[in-house]
Design a protein around this ligand. Structure first.
Ligand code: HEC
Length: 160
């Protein structure tokens, strides 16, 4: 009898621990660290250094897009591929794990798909090599830039 009661306590403790782990994983993977912003978007709460990292990446996107349009205007598909590759998947591995946990799932999905699309643009520029095809791909990527900016902003955790 005593043994069974003890087992029940152990079992309850395990269930509670699993629920805590599941809640933490859910917060880390899905929810992130967010707050509703005054303008109706979702504010992702990041430390100043983390925010700087994201904004630096954003400016790198614009730089790459500038190089790509310049190369496109000259039918320089090698140049397109080179500029696109700099913003490919390899780039997204620079993000520290602690920061990944603060980004909501939808934000991460959008960010990964944008990096993936830059790789696809580079691949296709090397193989298909038509400016029209690349322009179509660029328009698709830009839609995701727009979609993310319409949904999210960045904010320091303490400021209200
Ligand atoms: C996953 C979400 C996401 C994607 C995708 C995204 N951005 Fe951003 N970007 C942001 C957020 C959030 C900010 C900060 C906006 C704010 O706080 O109001 C930002 C800011 C910027 C800034 C301002 C940088 C600065 O120094 O202030 C530029 C430029 C920018 N993005 C360009 C781009 C371009 C170009 C693309 C597409 C190739 C892109 N972004 C894709 C989320 C994203």
């Amino acid at each position: 009898m005593m043994g069974t009661a003890k087992n029940r306590v152990y079992l309850a403790a395990i269930v509670v621990l699993l629920l805590i782990i599941a809640a933490m994983a859910y917060k880390f993977v899905v929810v992130g660290s967010t707050q509703k912003a005054e303008d109706g978007r979702i504010a992702v709460l990041l430390e100043p250094g983390e925010r700087n990292l994201v904004l630096r990446e954003m400016r790198a996107f614009v730089e790459s897009l500038q190089l790509m349009s310049d190369a496109l205007s000259k039918d320089d598909m090698k140049g397109v591929a080179k500029a696109a590759r700099t913003m490919g998947m390899a780039r997204s591995q620079d993000v520290p794990l602690a920061m990944v946990g603060k980004l909501p799932l939808e934000f991460k999905k959008l960010a990964f798909s944008v990096h993936g699309q830059f790789d696809a643009i580079a691949d296709d520029a090397e193989t298909i090599g038509t400016t029209k095809h690349t322009l179509g791909q660029l328009s698709e990527v830009l839609q995701k830039c727009v979609a993310c900016h319409n949904s999210y902003q960045l904010k320091a955790p303490t400021s209200k």
